[in-house]
Write a protein that binds this ligand. Structure first.
Ligand SMILES: [Cu+2]
Length: 265
């Protein structure tokens, strides 16, 4: 077996492992030659790039390509906040830090405090699954696994056939600015979708249509307790079996009418 084949096989074996683990990215920031010169400060010629956006668990490495020693010290206005501090990085050396929390991290050089930088760290949405949604409606047998992410406990999802609505009840403590992301199968609840948070209709939610699923991103406050999504059809009034029967009926109709209208040459 040649080396390329071995690499390919190893590569293929690694794919599922890669997907099952969260991807962490390594970011490189260079401290360029001349960074210590304050006349370069206006051009932000000190950390390159001086601002970057990473995700939780990403690692940032600062390499010193200058002839002077520098530091990477977390904080603002030349005041350390104690989150990270490289101490002096000699020319040719580097410092790295792994960001395990979301947030905005400012830093500066303790020797040349006009050298400033920022790392924005975004949280990674971890999707959870709520099982048996729809078991309280219709025949009770047509149920759905609903994927969601929420910074609280999702206690229940109640399906109301009459109102064509699904109400999610949350428990626990959240924060203002939290988001409830929920992937609603269209065969559970078809759109267009309207959203109420704590019985108050909201319009500043995001909706993306992903084939058979509508993904909603709903802004919450710390006190939000319920989210109600109202659609046009709810299971099982127009569930998968009804859709299948309808599809068979349409195909049958097309076939029959096709037979009638096929022109003869
Ligand atoms: Cu410096």
């Amino acid at each position: 077996m040649n080396k390329l084949a071995v690499f390919s096989i190893v590569g293929l074996l690694l794919i599922p492992i890669g997907y099952s683990l969260a991807f962490a990215t390594n970011w490189d920031v260079t401290i360029p030659s001349g960074a210590a010169d304050p006349t370069n400060a206006e051009k932000r010629f000190f950390y390159s790039p001086w601002e970057l956006t990473a995700e939780v668990n990403d690692k940032v490495q600062w390499g010193n390509a200058d002839t002077a020693a520098h530091t990477v010290t977390s904080g603002k206005n030349a005041t350390s906040d104690g989150i990270f501090d490289s101490s002096l990085i000699s020319p040719g050396k580097s410092f790295s830090y792994t960001f395990t929390q979301a947030g905005t991290f400012d830093y500066f050089c303790a020797v040349h405090p006009w050298m400033i930088g920022t790392v924005n760290v975004k949280g990674v949405e971890e999707m959870k699954v709520l099982h048996n949604v729809g078991s309280d409606a219709g025949d009770g047998k047509t149920t759905f696994d609903v994927e969601y992410s929420l910074n609280k406990v999702l206690a229940s999802a109640k399906v109301d056939q009459k109102e064509k609505a699904v109400t999610f009840t949350m428990a626990g403590v959240g924060n203002d600015g939290d988001k409830f992301v929920v992937k609603l199968p269209k065969s559970l609840l078809a759109g267009p979708l309207l959203v109420w948070v704590d019985n108050q209709q909201i319009t500043d939610f995001e909706q993306t249509d992903d084939g058979g699923i509508n993904t909603l991103t709903i802004p919450l406050t710390a006190k939000s307790e319920t989210v109600t999504v109202v659609g046009t059809n709810v299971v099982p009034e127009f569930g998968p079996i009804a859709v299948l029967i309808l599809a068979v009926a349409i195909i049958a109709t097309v076939t029959i009418s096709g037979k009638i209208t096929i022109p003869k040459f």
